[in-house]
Structures are given as structure tokens and as C-alpha cells.
Design a protein around this ligand. Structure first.
Ligand SMILES: Cc1cc2nc3c(=O)[nH]c(=O)nc-3n(C[C@H](O)[C@H](O)[C@H](O)COP(=O)(O)O)c2cc1C
Length: 303
């Protein structure tokens, strides 16, 4: 199942999603992480961040809402403490990059380049603090400028992760391609609100969490967004949003995706990605497909 995104090699198309798989070492007790095509690190910033205080997770019927707030160890600590482990254990990884202004992203790109990090994924669902806190990923001009600047500083595989919280995701996909990205990831979380009310001893109690909705409940939205991107853009698409089974993967192939990230499912099934690698391999062998590409072509041809 050997595949490539630009010059970045993967043994298979299964990837774990940013923020749901730590820095990989946390999952070693559950599965053989090196079998996964690649892992995406937690969103990384120039400086360490503590994340949000208060409730950060809210369970919904078929998913979850999170407001983690980009808690991460910072790039310096990543290079010193996590990168050597990933290299030693032969774990293929993509660095997820976040920032508060254009310069943060440009600097992170330069650092990734200088440290020979082979692939980065830009999380563009972050507020541009210097310019009214509008997210980079909702304005096609800002997004173009951001990706262009990163591209100048970074020679490796450049992936841009789009937000679904826009009216026309097609326009953002075109901007990303025009600016020189190698692939698109879709989708990040949807904006959601969880409210839980309890009535105890004659009094109401409320828990309220506003944040990003993910998991099985967002799969139809993700499928629609992937299809819309595919209609206007020929870059490889790395799909995510509620993927947990082999048939979820097949559905995303049918919508136009090439690679697949497993996110929220990792919390309840930490070996999900490794299981899917095995199931996909088995499906290919048992059913007489030459390789993953042939399976993908067969699914895409279904009318
Ligand atoms: C707890 C949590 C933390 C996340 N942190 C990040 C992050 O740091 N950077 C990022 O780009 N996406 C982050 N995401 C979004 C996921 O990578 C993914 O895009 C989204 O959850 C949809 O996929 P899923 O439904 O399979 O979880 C996070 C999601 C969750 C649930």
C-alpha cells in the first residue's frame, strides 16, 4: 500500500488526526504505532500553551465537543523531547502547525524546514489575533497569503487543513492550491454548543461547553465538504470527520478522498487506526485487488 503525498512516503493511507493521538508515545501500550501510515502531532505553536481552563470536553449523542485551546509543549520541547523518540521508533509523522499571526506560521515553517521535518499540516482554524481575530481559514485572501508565505520558507510536504465553518469551501481549496500547497486535509471540527441541564432538589444546574464538534455525527458534513473540494481541485485530499470503519473509508474514497485520518474514535478505540490498516490490507488481498490504488479506482468508478 506504499503511497506518497508530494515526496512524503507513507506505508498506507491511514493517519491519526491532530489532537487525538498526542505525540504517539501515549498510544504505545495500545497498538504498534509504527504500522500507521503517519501520525499527526497535536497542534504545535512557537511557545508552549497551557490550553483552556474549565470544562474542555463535552460528550454528545454521537460525538464530542472540545475546547482544549491548543494545549501543547511548544516547538522547542518537541524538537528536544519528542522528535528523537519518533525517529528512533521509526514513526512517520506530520507536524500540525498553529499560530496567532502570519509571522508565527512563517517562523514555524522555517523551523520545520531547518529540522528536516518531512511534512507539515497547517491548522488554519486559528484566530488571526493581529487582525480582528478572524480565522485565517475563512478568508480566501488571508489563506492564500498565509500558505504562500509558508511555502516560501518550507520545502517539504505542505498540507493545509480546512475548516468546514465557511459558506464555500471550494474557494478556500482553490486559494490553497494556487498558493502552492501539496495536499488538503478536511475537515476540522464544526462549531458546536453542548448544554446539559440537571434539576436537583428544586434547583436547575447547567453545564455548557462551546467548542469544536467531532466524531460520527459530523461524517455527512465531512463527506459533503470533501466532495465539494474534489469538484474544483485535483490536490490529494486527506479526509477526516467521524471515520471509524472500513466502509467509512470507502465512502470517503467515493466522495473524492485519497488518505484518511482517524480522530475522535481514538478516544474509545485507541487501536482503531492499526485495526483499519490490517482490515484494509486484508480486504485488498481477499478480494483480488492488486493494491490500494486499484481498490480506490474501483470505488471511484461506481455509478
Ligand atoms: C480533543 C481534540 C483536539 C483536537 N486538536 C486539534 C489540533 O490541535 N489541531 C488540529 O488541526 N485539529 C485538532 N482537532 C481536530 C481533529 O484533528 C479532526 O479534524 C476532527 O476532530 C474531525 O475528525 P474526527 O471526527 O475523526 O475526530 C482536535 C479534535 C479533538 C476531538
Amino acid at each position: 500500500m506504499e503511497l506518497k503525498i508530494a515526496n512524503f512516503k507513507l506505508n498506507n493511507p491511514i493517519i491519526t488526526a491532530s489532537g487525538t493521538f498526542g505525540y504517539a508515545d501515549e498510544f504505545e501500550d495500545f497498538c504498534d504505532v509504527s504500522k500507521i501510515g503517519a501520525i499527526v502531532t497535536k497542534g504545535m505553536t512557537l511557545e508552549p500553551r497551557p490550553g483552556n481552563s474549565g470544562d474542555r470536553i463535552f460528550e454528545t449523542d454521537c460525538g464530542m465537543i472540545n475546547r482544549i485551546g491548543l494545549e501543547n509543549i511548544g516547538i522547542e520541547s518537541f524538537l528536544e523531547n519528542k522528535l528523537p523518540i519518533l525517529k528512533k521508533k521509526n514513526i512517520n509523522f506530520i507536524l500540525n502547525v498553529a499560530g496567532s499571526c502570519f509571522e508565527d506560521y512563517f517562523k514555524m515553517a522555517e523551523i520545520a524546514n531547518d529540522n528536516n521535518i518531512e511534512a507539515i499540516e497547517l491548522n488554519v482554524s486559528c484566530p488571526n489575533v493581529k487582525e480582528g481575530c478572524l480565522e485565517f481559514g475563512v478568508d480566501k485572501n488571508a489563506l492564500y497569503e498565509l500558505v504562500l508565505g509558508v511555502r516560501k520558507n518550507y520545502k517539504g510536504c505542505l498540507i493545509v487543513k480546512l475548516t468546514p465553518n465557511v459558506t464555500r469551501i471550494e474557494d478556500l481549496a482553490i486559494a490553497v492550491k494556487d498558493a502552492g500547497a501539496d495536499a488538503i486535509s478536511a475537515i476540522n471540527t464544526l462549531k458546536g454548543l453542548g448544554i446539559k441541564l440537571d434539576f436537583i432538589n428544586g434547583k436547575f444546574y447547567k453545564k455548557e461547553v462551546q467548542g469544536g464538534l467531532s466524531g460520527k455525527c459530523i461524517k455527512p458534513v465531512a463527506l459533503a465538504q470533501v466532495k465539494r473540494i474534489r469538484q474544483v481541485c485535483d490536490l490529494p485530499i486527506i479526509a477526516m470527520g467521524g471515520i471509524s470503519t472500513l466502509y467509512d473509508i470507502f465512502e470517503f474514497i467515493s466522495a473524492g478522498a485519497d488518505f484518511f485520518q482517524i480522530g475522535t474514535q481514538n478516544f474509545t478505540e485507541p487501536n482503531c487506526a492499526v485495526n483499519l490498516v490490517c482490515e484494509l490490507e486484508e480486504f485488498i488481498c481477499k478480494n483480488g485487488f492488486k493494491d490500494f490504488i486499484e481498490l480506490k479506482t474501483a470505488i471511484k468508478e461506481i455509478k
